[in-house]
Every structure is written in structure tokens, then in C-alpha cells.
Write a protein that binds this ligand. Structure first.
Ligand SMILES: [Zn+2]
Length: 69
């Protein structure tokens, strides 16, 4: 059994996949908007972390453990 799978699923509906959001630009071309959409509930998000945890932080804050006495 594998236990190393990363937990990639929607925090709202539990869907395990998403798709890129395609938008039509001014010249009529369909281009990726840089956002993604959950295939389950249709939630649009800018980062995978937002999809998984529901937080809207774009920056990843590293957890720094200061063990200095
Ligand atoms: Zn969802």
C-alpha cells in the first residue's frame, strides 16, 4: 500500500481533479487565464493550496522553527 500520495482534493466537495480556466481574450483567442476550476463544485482558484485548504493566501509562508534558547 502506498501512503505517500499527496492529498489533492477540493476542500468543499472532495473532488480530486480540476481543470484550467480558459478565457477568450480581446482578439478572440482562447487562452488560459492562469486560474483553475474544480470539476466538482466549479470553484475557481488561483493556487492549488487554495483549492485544497480554502485559504486565499498566494504566498507560501515557510514555517520557521526557532529553537534558540
Ligand atoms: Zn470542488
Amino acid at each position: 500500500m502506498r501512503t505517500t500520495n499527496t492529498l489533492n482534493k477540493c476542500h468543499r466537495c472532495g473532488a480530486t481533479s480540476y481543470k484550467p480556466v480558459i478565457e477568450r481574450d480581446a482578439s478572440g483567442n482562447m487562452t488560459p487565464s492562469g486560474q483553475h476550476q474544480c470539476v466538482g463544485c466549479g470553484l475557481t482558484f488561483g493556487s492549488i493550496d487554495e483549492w485544497r485548504s480554502g485559504t486565499r493566501h498566494n504566498e507560501q509562508v515557510p514555517q520557521q522553527v526557532n529553537d534558540k534558547p
